[in-house]
Design a protein around this ligand. Structure first.
Ligand SMILES: [Zn+2]
Length: 318
């Protein structure tokens, strides 16, 4: 976990930011000007050309943009993409990083993971050097988040908590965080309490960040590679993975996805070819509670694209 975690209302406002920082963000000036004003950041530079699913070329472009400037700290302000770029830059340069999520899903501010694309393929990387020097979680940023982004983030957080719970790398402490995260996220989504999402996502980050995600995330990357947002691809992928794994979260996760009204997924490439892309993803597959063969992957992908795993209406169990 990051050495310093600040959580709660006004957390981002009361934090003392170093001078000469570089703010890295996915948002536009009309939004981040207001945010930086709230935060009281002084003497900063901004890099705002980060796009979703950042590639290594983006990281290099940011690095080039501040060459010769005496940057003291990176401030990653936005969705998972801005934080991933910050993490990678921190490792490359040794410059400290402060991570501030505004979409509350990835839990990336808590973890040693970064997802960066190399040659149009998303790669999950892990390094202690990716860990934030400070993580600030402040619900201030939540209002105004478009529904689609909110729902993708919420689905990602719930997928991470439940996959992290089942991970072979888990231990009683990570399962404690994952279980608590899922309970809170489920309450937030099913009972329409979005103000609970930041805390749930943060706990999910601590839980899965120390145990890893599994089959659901492994399956999802072939959809992401074809442009489907991360959280959206997890709706069907994690549901099918939970059924395959006989996870205790199968029904509850599916109910969350039904509530968020996710559409079925499509895949352009043949299932066999997609399975060949997924199989080398040992970082996820080796931690899956059950051994997964290529045939299993093809079967799971078939269920995702041909059988709409979210279609069935669940009986209300009270
Ligand atoms: Zn995720």
């Amino acid at each position: 976990m990051p050495r310093k975690i600040v959580f709660g209302e006004n957390a981002a406002k009361e934090f003392e930011y170093p001078q000469n920082s570089l703010v890295i963000t996915t948002t536009t000036p009309d939004i981040y000007d207001k945010w930086l004003d709230y935060m009281g950041v002084k003497n900063y530079e901004v890099y705002d050309k980060i796009t979703p699913d950042p590639a290594i070329e983006t990281v290099e472009a940011v690095k080039k943009s501040f060459e010769g400037k005496n940057i003291s700290t990176f401030i990653g302000l936005g969705g998972g993409s801005s934080m991933d770029v910050c993490k990678y830059l921190g490792k490359l340069t040794g410059i400290p990083k402060i991570l501030i999520p505004t979409t509350f899903g990835t839990g990336a501010e808590m973890t040693t993971y970064a997802v960066i694309s190399f040659e149009h393929k998303k790669k999950l990387l892990q390094d202690e050097a990716f860990l934030a020097d400070a993580a600030i979680v402040d619900p201030y940023f939540l209002p105004g988040t478009p529904f689609n982004i909110m729902r993708n983030s919420a689905c990602d957080a719930a997928a991470q908590a439940s996959e992290g719970y089942d991970s072979k790398l888990g231990n009683p402490l990570t399962r404690l965080f994952c279980k608590e995260a899922f309970d809170i996220l489920e309450d937030a989504i099913i009972n329409d309490k979005p103000n609970l999402l930041p805390y749930g996502a943060m706990l999910s980050g601590i839980g899965f960040g120390n145990s890893s995600t599994t089959l659901g995330h492994a399956l999802s990357y072939v959809f992401s590679n074809e442009g489907v947002p991360h959280g959206y691809s997890l709706s069907s992928c994690t549901t099918v993975a939970h059924r395959f794994n006989k996870s205790i979260y199968y029904e509850r996760f599916k109910r969350i996805c039904q509530k968020l009204k996710f559409e079925p997924l499509k895949l352009k490439q043949p299932l066999d070819q997609a399975a060949d892309v997924i199989m080398p993803d040992r970082g996820h597959l080796d931690n899956n509670p059950i051994t997964v063969t290529k045939e299993d992957i093809i079967k799971c992908l078939g269920e995702i694209v041909n059988a709409n795993p979210l279609a069935q209406i669940l009986e209300e169990s009270e």
